[in-house]
Design a protein around this ligand. Structure first.
Ligand SMILES: [Zn+2]
Ligand SMILES: [Zn+2]
Length: 337
């Protein structure tokens, strides 16, 4: 099969012929129709994080397609099922976290396009228990970004504890943020978007933000506190320490700051204010199969739509370069057919 392969950290991906994986017990083989490109894929190929990706690596954790082969011991799926293979490639299923329904925290988890090969390829092997079915009326290209960007933002909003009618700020209107605004709106929250530039801020308004703040023109915490007294929750998808700090300060008392973006810095928390204001700071990482099922349904119901640009597998190095320069609005999806 054809695949994009990283053989060394920081080197360009090579498009080459590799062996199509064999179906073994508990697995399904998925013919990939589309795969979204996530910033994490670039980090994986650059060896940026303390736990390194396997090498050689086929990246991609927003792969969607059709099951073409199935192990004899898998009975809940059939050949032809339309499924996606998320970042959470598999979990152990029996640790305390898995038993609590927090499989995304399982210490034994495998990650697609990181610890096991992902979907920048014509075919991808998946764990039958961890693929998630795609609703019929959602196309492959539309569904792909929801398998990471969608579920990540939807889960962050869930753990924020915000209630319908309350104010939520979405900091960063990029690949994650543009989906976060729509999920927040669909969940009944009032949305404030924080970013800079007319293009991003008018996009945020078009997607349903009631208020936008350009952080280069006004201080987000001052603007938000002046106008509405602070937000009940903030979901930070931006990758700068200053964005996290401003989001924290824009909370009202009892508010929740949900950290999603992954800047390399640390965030010094003022203990006195955190205690007196009853502030919560929560990290949120992707989501469970149940979260994915819910988040796909929002899109199938027409309440959430990714902004998508399609590209071909052979263009991947160009897509990475543009991503690193911050030139991509929404999500690039590799269309395999
Ligand atoms: Zn991702
Ligand atoms: Zn587990």
């Amino acid at each position: 099969m054809k695949a994009a392969v990283a053989t060394e950290f920081k080197s360009p991906l090579e498009i080459k012929e590799v062996e199509t994986p064999q179906v073994t017990s508990g697995k399904v083989l998925v013919q990939i129709h589309a795969c979204g490109v996530c910033h994490t894929d670039v980090h994986a190929c650059h060896g940026d994080w303390p736990v390194k990706a396997k090498l050689p690596l086929i990246p991609g954790h927003e792969g969607v397609g059709q099951i073409i082969e199935i192990a004899g011991d898998v009975h809940h799926l059939v050949v032809g099922d339309r499924v996606g293979i998320p970042w959470l490639h598999s979990a152990c299923g029996h640790c305390d976290y898995c038993l609590d329904g927090n499989e995304n925290l399982c210490p034994e988890q495998q990650n697609s396009g990181y610890s096991v090969d992902g979907a920048y390829a014509q075919y991808c092997l998946a764990d039958a228990n961890y693929v998630v079915k795609i609703p019929d009326n959602l196309s492959f290209v539309e569904a792909a970004p929801l398998f990471c960007a969608g579920v990540t933002t939807y889960k962050a909003l869930k753990v924020s504890g915000a209630k319908p009618g309350q104010w939520v700020s979405i900091v960063g209107v990029g690949g994650l943020g543009h989906l976060a605004i729509q999920y927040a709106k669909a969940m009944g929250f009032n949305v404030i978007a924080v970013d800079t530039g007319n293009e991003k801020l008018s996009l945020a308004k078009d997607l349903g933000a009631s208020m936008v703040v350009d952080y280069t023109k006004e201080q987000p915490e001052a603007a938000i506190k002046d106008r509405i007294g602070g937000v009940h929750a903030s979901v930070v998808t931006a990758v700068s320490k200053s964005a996290f700090a401003a989001a924290y300060r824009s909370l009202r008392r009892g508010g929740t700051c949900v950290l999603v973006g992954l800047p390399p810095e640390t965030l010094p928390l003022p203990i006195f204010d955190t205690v007196l204001n009853g502030t919560k700071v929560i990290g949120s990482i992707v989501g469970t199969r149940k979260d994915l099922k819910e988040c796909l349904q929002f899109a199938a119901d027409g309440k959430v739509k990714s902004i998508i640009e399609t590209a071909e597998l052979k263009d991947i190095n160009h897509v990475y370069a543009r991503m690193l320069r911050g030139e991509i609005n929404g999500r690039v999806v590799l269309a395999m057919k």
